[in-house]
Design a protein around this ligand. Structure first.
Ligand SMILES: [Zn+2]
Ligand SMILES: [Zn+2]
Length: 378
């Protein structure tokens, strides 16, 4: 959760309007976007912080809550859980364009003629909890645009492209527009060559003049231990080929961590429900429970109540930072037998005879002492 004042983060006055908020955020986000700063870890932090500040100030309810109560006003509803870089990227894309539009925002050459970088390919990958614990390498099969081999990516049967007569190769044209305020001149992408500056006279039949073709590709991705749903990995320059020899976009692998039937995940910790018999809970026992990577012996202390939680240190999920791992919690559930053998029934009846009714509220230990006594005696 954001720790700084969101106004300070965005460099805004308290009375800044909605448009100011948006503008300030956009500027910061563009400057610190991870795609522009691939090696700068600080930039990622600043990008995330800007997005968090923006999420607060753009929402009138959250903003009002922050103005009145400060950070305390944001708890519960927002950001209490980790706001990660993916959330930040999502916020950015939601308001300023999707994956495909990112290059446009970052000056990928909207107006200049010539090659353009290819678009990013986003793919979801499901990982099981054991895979999250150990890390895993996956091979993905993706349909990715490749330069057409037939025409060498030119889109032309003759592999030649002619200069566009409409824009004379500039890729853009000026449009004069008259209005009651006078004449405006707009510079727009050339409608004839769509900004390429060149044209194909005889289109390549294989790619229909596009210069690219979709191909099935196998891409390997190494998923580190500790990932969670919404985390993503960027495989640089493995995405769609650009036009006219423009560079490739990225493949963005978004993680979906699947739930496990036995373990429940809570951050880097896992929780396991473990049934023990009444006598095990009363007398204490050594039990063997599953862990993410095998088994572990757990001591159930004598007099353990149903619902008690025992913790196995560092048996949880490795932290994605690579430092240490979470814990495994074992929640003991006292299991009541559905069917009794005659011998079990006899013993329980004997126990019941010694119980003197239900355990008094406020003095449960007395009850458990009795239970131990009786079972221990038999
Ligand atoms: Zn043109
Ligand atoms: Zn072709």
């Amino acid at each position: 959760m954001i720790t700084r004042d969101p106004y300070e983060v965005l460099g805004l006055a308290r009375d800044a309007g909605a448009e100011d908020v948006k503008r300030a955020y956009r500027q910061l986000a563009m400057r610190h976007h991870p795609d522009r700063n691939p090696v700068d870890a600080d930039a990622e932090g600043r990008f995330k912080e800007a997005a968090e500040a923006y999420e607060i100030l753009k929402d009138p309810d959250k903003r009002a809550a922050y103005d009145r109560y400060g950070h305390a006003g944001l708890r519960g509803g927002f950001g209490a859980e980790g706001y990660d870089i993916t959330d930040a990227l999502r916020a950015f894309m939601r308001d300023f364009g999707g994956f495909g539009g990112l290059e446009d925002l970052f000056g990928g050459g909207r107006s200049a003629a010539g090659p353009r970088r290819g678009s990013d390919v986003q793919v979801r990958v499901q990982v099981t909890l054991p895979e999250v614990a150990s890390g895993v390498e996956k091979t993905l099969t993706l349909a990715i645009l490749d330069p057409c081999e037939e025409c060498g990516g030119t889109g032309s049967k003759t592999r030649q492209r002619a200069v566009c007569p409409e824009c004379a190769g500039a890729g853009e044209v000026r449009q004069a527009r008259r209005s009651i305020f006078g004449q405006f001149v707009n510079v727009v992408a050339c409608p004839r060559c769509h900004g390429a500056g060149t044209l194909v006279e005889k289109p390549c039949l294989t790619c229909a003049g596009e210069g690219r073709r979709r191909k099935e590709k196998r891409v390997k991705v190494r998923i580190p231990p500790g990932v969670a749903t919404g985390n993503y990995l960027t495989l640089r320059e493995q995405g769609n080929a650009g036009t006219l020899g423009g560079g490739r976009g990225n493949v963005i692998v978004v993680i979906e961590a699947l739930p496990h039937e036995e373990f429940r995940r809570e951050g880097d910790d896992v929780l396991l429900e473990w049934p023990v018999s009444f006598s095990q809970a009363a007398l204490g026992a050594e039990v063997t429970v599953p862990t993410l990577e095998g088994t572990a012996d757990v001591t159930i202390p004598a007099g353990t109540q149903s619902g008690a939680v025992l913790t196995l240190r560092s048996r949880g999920i490795p932290r994605v930072s690579g430092r240490g791992r979470g814990d495994q919690h074992v929640r003991v559930r006292v299991w009541t037998p559905l069917r009794l053998s005659p011998e079990e029934r006899r013993l329980l009846e004997e126990l019941a005879a010694h119980e003197n009714g239900l355990p008094p509220s406020g003095d449960r230990t007395g009850f458990w002492e009795k239970v131990k006594e009786v079972l221990g005696a038999s």
